[in-house]
Design a protein around this ligand. Structure first.
Ligand code: PEP
Ligand code: MN
Length: 344
């Protein structure tokens, strides 16, 4: 249920209603909007207490939340959420651009890439230190050493670091070095991991599983929100279909659909979504035209020699060209791609 407070309800009235909700055995989450404050009352006993809450001081109305995901739902919060992590801002007018290699490979690779993507206008640096690979014989990432190199790249460029955490026991370590914890597609329904990042104070980039429905993605986000972390970004990275001309099938309708269903910012990954570098710039443009809040793009100094995902990685020149066009599309749809040094 949502307890909608009257315009101008006092802090005492809000606090009183929070206590009432908790007395009823429900979990409370207060959401302060620009117009009004609402208290989400979450628990199994969905309908039992409506009348009793409705008569509380300062309460305007009590309405049920129809979606199975509660805190993620746009029913609870109509205004779009903005996630900020260091130089990265995703949501509202700003489009956040996260770019970098699939995996951190060595010092010169990550530092060179960080500088190149920053100069082209990226606001976040991606790079996997812990890699979830389909084969156990593939490069698994530099792990802690990779995290240290990412932190060095942040020191040298000012870019926020986005990196994947693949195991619950690594959340503390990765959070020491990262600004954003990426939950990979394979782990979207690893509920203990979602709870663990929900307890962290780092922002979370949650990727859609290749065979997960949007509702399952939103329920996965709900785990993170419910554990107390409001800074969740949702990422469409393509789903598995019968089609095989692309690595995955990238449904861009996910962007407006999610904007309809949730207040959380939406990111598109055109690299994993297509699996071919030559398709990435056009899908990035299309995503921006569709209203996306951020992009995550693989870029490598020499894709041919990349230890993972080289075939879908852009060169520095290709990324720079892509950014020029993306800026123009962003402007056409009333959005902006702001270099990190211009972000307050
Ligand atoms: C990645 O970002 O390199 C990655 C492994 O992505 P996904 O989890 O979407 O496959
Ligand atoms: Mn990759």
């Amino acid at each position: 249920m949502i307890v909608v407070m009257k315009k101008g309800a006092s802090q005492e009235e809000i606090q009183h209603m929070v206590e009432r909700v908790e007395q009823l055995g429900l979990k409370s989450h207060v959401i302060y909007g620009t117009e009004r404050t609402v208290i989400a009352a979450i628990g199994d006993k969905r309908n039992g207490y409506r009348a009793s809450l409705e008569s509380g001081p300062g309460v305007d109305e009590v309405v049920p939340i129809l979606a199975p995901y509660k805190m993620a739902s746009s029913e609870v919060k109509a205004e779009r959420s903005v996630v900020r992590a260091g130089s990265l801002e995703v949501g509202a007018r700003r489009i956040g651009i996260i770019a970098g290699p699939c995996s951190v490979e060595n010092e010169s690779q990550i530092i060179k890439t960080a500088k190149a993507v920053r100069d082209a206008g990226a606001t976040g640096l991606r790079g996997g230190a812990f890699k979830p690979r389909t084969s156990p014989y593939s490069f698994q990432g530099l792990k802690k050493q990779g995290l240290k190199l990412l932190a060095q790249a942040r020191n040298e460029t000012g870019l926020a670091v986005v990196t994947e955490v693949i195991a619950t026991e690594d959340v503390g370590l990765v959070a020491e070095y990262a600004d954003v914890l990426q939950i990979g597609a394979r782990n979207m329904q690893n509920y203990r991991l979602l709870e663990a990042v929900g307890h962290s104070d780092r922002a979370v980039l949650l990727k859609r599983g290749p065979s997960a429905t949007i509702e399952e993605l939103l329920l996965a986000a709900e785990y993170v929100l419910d554990a107390g972390n409001p800074n969740v970004m949702l990422c469409e990275r393509g789903v598995r279909t019968f089609e095989n001309h692309t690595r995955f099938t990238l449904p861009l309708a996910t962007v407006p659909y999610l904007h309809h269903k949730t207040h959380l910012p939406v990111i598109i990954d055109p690299s994993h979504g297509t699996g071919h570098a030559y398709l990435v710039p056009d899908m990035a443009k299309a995503a921006i035209a569709a209203g996306v809040d951020g992009l995550i793009v693989e870029v490598h100094p020499n894709p041919e020699e990349a230890l993972s995902d080289g075939y879908q990685s852009l060169t520095f020149d290709q990324f720079r060209e892509m950014m020029k066009i993306c800026r123009r599309v962003a402007e056409a749809v009333d959005r902006e791609i702001t270099p990190h040094h211009d972000i307050r």
